[in-house]
Design a protein. Structure first.
Length: 172
């Protein structure tokens, strides 16, 4: 007996429907929901970035960006390089655009890393979305310019390459 999108017989656990058209339409709905959620969260981040003034640490990093260097007294240079994408402007959205771009690049990277471990493409997109936007830290990482944004992206990059080395390439 069919029960909504799940088919279940008496005493059986819920399972995906056998019908391919129902399964593919369900996958398409989840994919569409993931893209719409990501788009909505990106727009929300852009609004927050445009309205919220720079906090003290961001102003400090933005001042470094006016004269980029290979390193600073208490931080590596990546945060300055990200802030230098908006160099010469005083608008917070331009000072934070590098952090936003790096955070957005981390979402497909997280999805691809999950796919290396056998997660399907659609599930990887949704799980990558939850990973990148699902916590207060993750949401703030794309709205504030901090060294953690670069750290998060490059750790994901390391995990992705480690996943490839462990699952595909025996030479590594």
């Amino acid at each position: 007996m069919a029960d909504g999108i799940w088919s279940r017989s008496s005493g059986e656990q819920a399972r995906w429907p056998e019908d391919d058209s129902t399964a593919s339409s369900l996958r398409a709905a989840w994919t569409r929901a993931a893209w719409l959620s990501a788009g909505g969260l990106i727009v929300l981040r852009l609004i927050i970035i445009a309205v919220m003034p720079l906090v003290t640490d961001e102003a400090y990093y933005w001042s470094w960006a006016q004269w980029p260097d290979w390193g600073y007294f208490d931080h590596p240079p990546m945060v300055s390089w990200l802030a230098s994408l908006g160099r010469g402007h005083t608008e917070p959205i331009l000072a934070r655009c590098g952090a936003l771009l790096l955070t957005l690049a981390a979402w497909p990277l997280a999805s691809k890393t999950l796919r290396e471990f056998g997660v399907s493409a659609a599930t990887g997109r949704v799980q990558g979305l939850v990973l990148m936007f699902g916590s207060l830290y993750a949401f703030g990482a794309g709205a504030l310019l901090t060294p953690d944004v670069a750290l998060q992206f490059f750790w994901l990059l390391v995990l992705h390459e480690a996943a490839i080395a462990l699952t595909r390439d025996e030479r590594r």
